[in-house]
Design a protein around this ligand. Sequence first.
Ligand SMILES: [Zn+2]
Length: 73
Amino acid sequence: MGIITIKCVKCGRKVFKYQKMGKGRLWRCWKGRIIEDQSVREGDVVKCTCGNVIGIDKGGYIRMRQSSFTISS
Ligand SMILES: [Zn+2]
């Protein structure tokens, strides 16, 4: 799939630019493949700057909250 832009579903801001491998849903964002990171953190909670929760930081990756983002290439 290549480089994708992950946007907040609530405000439309870009949260990540990410190198996606393979097809299918984006369940995990591996940190080594994040090219641009405009998220904000509150402990292990990953949010858009508007406050929308995008996912949970699990160490090596972010577990993405499916209802929180859209993807464009
Ligand atoms: Zn937002």
